[in-house]
Design a protein around this ligand. Structure first.
Ligand code: KIV
Length: 268
């Protein structure tokens, strides 16, 4: 459990059949809790745009925001592999633009790897060639939302199923050390997982992946919009915060706070 997690270790775990536990984190205190709790992979996802910043989608998340949050997370983490998302348009303009943005996430943010959406073999090769570990992300790719207009499950048709399996193989050959599979049907996810040697980490893609990832705020009851059906709820932290804040407000208004013990010096 104490072994520092690396891309190579994730591949070994796939071979050994050890499930990979992944969650998102965007700041120091939550990243520390996740790391101490034994989470294997911590993703500084561009989902922070919706979860933390109240944006309608991930499109407006900037490189500066990603670097800022990645550096908070990496300062807290001792064991987990920290992966940071390359945000919208940060890897599309040219390979050198992508390289310098991925480099910023690693050098300024301190992450061990970057994640990019879609089937992008040439780009992946050039990042890997420069020494940057790349996690791929296939299936639902939220950065395309303004093009597609909606979030949908992929791999229902035979054509989509085959395309996903082909893309997984292409991204493995390009040098990805792992693939996130978002909202694919369970069957193609299972076939992708068994047909490649790198681990798949599913979100809303069924139980056939090598690991699972969820957005932390969804599973602890702190998200602002209703979570998707696959985001199992483990706590009601939002309700706890509300209760604590209401109690504090009542104590201040009723002059029950602060007491002498909560003040410096002797009460008059
Ligand atoms: O940004 C994110 O949180 C993600 C996960 C949904 C995998 O990409």
């Amino acid at each position: 459990m104490n072994e520092v997690v690396t891309p190579r270790l994730l591949k070994r775990w796939k071979k050994d059949g050890r499930p990979i536990v992944a969650l998102t984190a965007y700041d120091f205190p939550t990243a520390r809790i996740l790391d101490e709790a034994g989470v294997d992979v911590i993703l500084v996802g561009d989902s922070l745009g919706m979860v933390l910043m109240g944006l309608q989608d991930t499109v407006n998340v900037t490189m500066d925001a990603m670097v800022h949050h990645t550096s908070m997370v990496t300062r807290a983490v001792k064991r987990a592999l920290v992966v940071a998302d390359l945000p919208f348009l940060s890897y599309h303009l040219s390979p050198s633009h992508a390289l310098s943005n991925a480099g910023r996430l690693m050098q300024e943010g301190g992450c061990q790897a970057v994640k990019l959406e879609g089937c992008r073999p040439e780009l992946t090769e050039s990042l890997v060639d420069a020494g940057i570990p790349v996690m791929g992300h296939l299936g639902l790719t939220p950065q395309n939302i303004r093009l597609t207009g909606h979030y949908r499950v992929s791999g229902r048709s035979e054509k989509e199923h085959d395309l996903l399996v082909e893309q997984a193989s292409i991204m493995e050959k390009a040098g990805c050390f792992s693939l996130v599979l978002e909202c694919t049907m369970p069957d193609p996810a299972r076939v992708m997982t068994s047909s490649i040697t790198i681990p798949t980490i599913g979100i809303g893609s069924g139980d056939g992946c090598d690991g699972q990832i969820l957005v932390l705020h969804d599973i602890i009851g702190l998200s602002t919009s209703p979570p998707a059906r696959f985001a199992r709820r483990y706590a009601a932290v939002g309700d706890e915060i509300r209760r604590a804040v209401e109690s504090y407000a009542a104590d201040v208004r009723e002059r029950r706070f602060p007491t002498a013990e909560e003040s410096y010096g002797k009460a008059k």
